[in-house]
Write a protein that binds this ligand. Structure first.
Ligand code: NAD
Ligand code: FES
Length: 284
């Protein structure tokens, strides 16, 4: 069992949870993730480790409430409990040792970009982060990334920074000075659009994939993605891959597979909660 130390709303429906997990805090490296199961009967949710404090024995997870299990996770108050956290899982980020890197974060994916940016900064790599959200309240991790280098903000509605998508800013930046590498994390259409900008310029681009995961250890095949014409398992071979080689169309189709089940699970849970009016089992 893992105690929730703090739970802060970063953006609408996006929460930052600091959770006790001492062994994971000591072992994790940038780019790795955990699989969280809040309680019996809940889904196993893959979440990138946004930060870790080995001295305090805690890890930081950023969770977007999109379905039954993620809504329950973000509703867990400080002092509440998470039943299982498996990890650290996946391969650490491939970091360049010198040069100029651009980190592109879309919405909640910005939390995943943060540990990559931090590791690049520590290695002495020059850094620019391009982060975006639908509107100002949806832009996260600005302050943390600003400590590491330049940050350019974009919002769809123009309420902060450049009006438009992160790819508009990326295109402008690439015209100013050529990055040695681009790291992109966010919605799949965003990562696909980033690759559409960088491929013609032959700028190496790493994307972090978030397919459906079950065991997280390469056994179930749930997270399979096609990369360079070969089947790869995001949980062990990734989650980060060469963006030029990823079959994004297949990934988008596979991510849509369980939408109807998810909607049904949410509706069922809402009915049950209305009928019971009782707190969940993981509350303090
Ligand atoms: P969102 O849909 O609000 O988009 C955030 C920003 O990304 C936009 O403001 C825009 O700048 C950019 N963007 C979105 N679509 C784009 C496109 N087609 N072209 C160019 N730029 C685009 O994002 P959100 O709701 O915060 O994110 C949710 C999605 O992020 C979910 O699908 C989630 O699964 C995914 N996600 C992925 C990872 C990962 O590891 N890859 C981690 C966390 C979340
Ligand atoms: Fe089962 Fe990757 S989650 S193989």
């Amino acid at each position: 069992m893992h105690r929730v130390v703090s739970n802060q709303e970063l953006a609408p429906a996006v929460h930052r949870l600091v959770v006790e997990a001492p062994a994971i805090a000591r072992a994790r490296r940038p780019g790795q993730f955990v699989i969280v199961r809040l309680d019996h009967g809940h889904e196993r949710i893959p979440l990138t480790i946004a930060d870790a404090d080995p001295a305090a024995g805690t890890i930081t997870l950023v969770v977007q409430a999109v379905g039954f299990s993620t809504r329950a996770i973000v509703a867990t108050p400080p002092g509440g409990w998470i039943r299982d956290i498996a990890g650290p899982l996946g391969s650490p980020t491939h970091l360049i040792a010198q040069g100029f890197a651009v980190c592109v974060g879309g919405g909640v994916g910005t939390a995943v970009v943060h540990p990559i940016a931090e590791a690049l900064h520590r290695a002495g790599v020059r850094l620019c982060s391009i982060i975006g959200g639908r509107s100002r309240p949806y832009v996260i991790y600005h302050e943390e990334l600003a400590r590491l280098g330049e940050v350019r903000v974009c919002t769809d509605d123009g309420s902060w920074g450049r009006p438009g998508l992160v790819t508009d800013e990326l295109r402008a930046l690439c015209a100013e000075r050529r990055p040695d590498i681009v790291y992109a994390v966010g919605p799949v259409p965003m990562m696909q659009a980033v690759v559409a900008v960088t491929r013609p310029l032959a700028i190496p681009t790493i994307v972090s994939l978030n397919p459906v995961m079950v065991d997280g250890t390469g056994m179930c095949g749930g997270c399979r993605v096609t990369v360079g014409g070969e089947v790869r398992f995001a949980c062990v071979d990734g989650p980060e891959f060469d963006g030029f080689l990823v079959d994004f169309t297949e990934l988008r189709q596979r991510l849509a597979t369980y939408r109807a089940f998810e909607r049904a699970a949410c509706a069922e849970e809402e009915c049950r909660a209305r009928a019971a009016g009782a707190p969940a089992r993981n509350q303090p």
